[in-house]
Design a protein around this ligand. Structure first.
Ligand SMILES: Cc1cc2nc3c(=O)[nH]c(=O)nc-3n(C[C@H](O)[C@H](O)[C@H](O)COP(=O)(O)O)c2cc1C
Length: 181
């Protein structure tokens, strides 16, 4: 029998999954089937400049404009992002695979940012010049997501391109998504 679902205004907690139902590898293989846009998340402030690649980004609500980003607590960028309290979600276009790899690896921060052009919107977090869209955000809430923190972000400014095709990460590889135009 399924355990009871416990609910509060802040969170909904399912009972822990049966640890023998599937392995971590099976879960990762299953998640590889879930395609997602590729983004570079940046931050700038008293805690310094930082940026990383993330596919765990999604819309939360449009009133107020809110999105979420999942960040691994073990990532080198973790303290800078959470201490600065601001971030910019830069959604990559087809052809920007190398930038994704650079911000997803163990590359030094200066080398990551030297590979592209940046400017500021409202919060001071770097907005990528050629991004399909940039969402400049303030982190309003942080929820526990196991190995990751779920950053709930209020969107304060947007800059978007009308052209370009999308970049999707699916089955552990990059794919291009054609725009309607
Ligand atoms: C396509 C792709 C998607 C990724 N998505 C995420 C993500 O959603 N959240 C996250 O914390 N890390 C994600 N990563 C990994 C981070 O980019 C990576 O851990 C970070 O840059 C780590 O490096 P560092 O600890 O050397 O800074 C992703 C990496 C790639 C290549």
């Amino acid at each position: 029998m399924q355990g009871q679902l416990s609910m509060s205004a802040e969170s909904i907690e399912w009972p822990a999954a049966d640890p023998h139902a599937f392995s971590k590898t099976e879960f990762r293989d299953a998640m590889a089937r879930l395609g997602a846009a590729v983004n570079i998340i940046t931050t700038q402030g008293a805690a310094g400049l930082a940026g990383f690649t993330a596919s765990a980004v999604c819309s939360v609500s449009d009133e107020p404009p809110t999105l979420l980003v999942c960040l691994n607590r073990a990532a080198s960028v973790y303290s800078a992002v959470t201490a600065n309290g601001v971030l910019c979600v830069n959604t990559l276009a087809a052809g920007q695979e190398q930038l994704s790899q650079l911000f997803g690896g163990k590359t030094p921060v200066a080398e990551r940012f030297a590979a592209a052009g940046w400017s500021e919107l409202k919060t001071g977090a770097p907005a990528l010049h050629d991004a399909l869209v940039s969402f400049d955000c303030r982190i309003t809430r942080v929820a526990d997501g196991g190995t990751h923190d779920i950053l709930i972000c209020a969107v304060e400014a947007i800059r978007r391109r009308g052209d370009g095709h999308g970049l999707i990460y699916f089955d552990r590889a990059y794919h291009h998504a054609r725009g309607a135009a």
